[in-house]
Write a protein of this length. Sequence first.
Length: 263
Amino acid sequence: MNFTKKNFTLDHIRQELVRLEDSIIFALIERSQFQKNDIIYKCGGINIKEFDGSFLEYFLHELECAHAKVRRYTSPDETPFTTNLPDSVLPPIQFPKLLVPNNVNINDQLMKIYINEIVPKITDEGDDGNHGSAATKDCHVLQLLSRRIHFGKFVAEAKFNDPLLQPKYIELIRNKDKCGINDLLTNLAVEEKLLRRLRRKAAIFGAEIDGDGIPTLKEEDNKIPLDVVCDMYEKYVIPLTKVVEVEYLLERLKYYPSFVPEF
Ligand SMILES: O=C(O)C(=O)C[C@]1(C(=O)O)C=C[C@@H](O)C=C1
C-alpha cells in the first residue's frame, strides 16, 4: 500500500482492485492444478499434535505467525484470519492514518465461502496426496481475496469524503440504514465493466500457448473456467467488499468530523 495525499482517490484505489484481479486469477489457476483434497478442510482430518482444527487452519495460523513477526498485520490493508499472533520482531512503522480505527474483519465468512463454494468449482474431486501444496495455494488465494475484500474500507473512506455524497451518507449512517448505504455505494456500471474485464483476463491468463507461440483461445481448454471466475466475483467478492464498505461506514460517524485522512 502506497497512498499519498495526491493518489488517495477513488480512481487510484480502484486501480489497486484491478491489479489484484490478475493475482487472484493466477492464484486460482495454481490451486486448480491439485485435486480437491477434502481432508485438509476437515477438523481433525489430518492429525496434528496439540491442534484442534483443520490442516488448512493449522497451516494458515503458522503462516500468519511468521508474517506477523515481519509486521504484516500492522498494515491497515492486511487482515489476519487467525488470532493469538506474535508481535513483530521489526520496529513499528508509522503508517499514514487513512482509516478510522475499526475491527471490521469478515475473514471467517470468506473462509466458509472459499471452502464450500469456490474450491469445489476450481478443483477436480479426489485426493492426490498433495495436501501441503494444496494448502499452500489455498492460503495464497485466501490472503489475496481477503486483501481485495477488505480494501473496501479504503473505497468507503474515499466515498465518504466526497463532499456531494457526505450529507447523504451521514443521514443513512445515523439511521443505521444498511440497505440505504449499500444502495448509495453501489455503482453498477463499475461492476459490469469489472465482470467483462475479468472474463477477458481469465481467458488470456488461462490460455495455453502452443509451440508456435499461438494461444489456444478455446474456452473449454482454458486452465480455469471463465464462468467460475466471473461467478465468484459476482456472487461473493463484490458483495463481500460491499459488506466491508457498509460495516466500515457504520463505524465512520463516531469519528466525524474530527477525523480526516492523514498522510
Ligand atoms: O469501485 C467501487 O465503487 C466499489 O465500491 C467497489 C466495487 C467492487 O467490489 O468492485 C463494489 C461496489 C460497487 O458497486 C462497485 C465496485
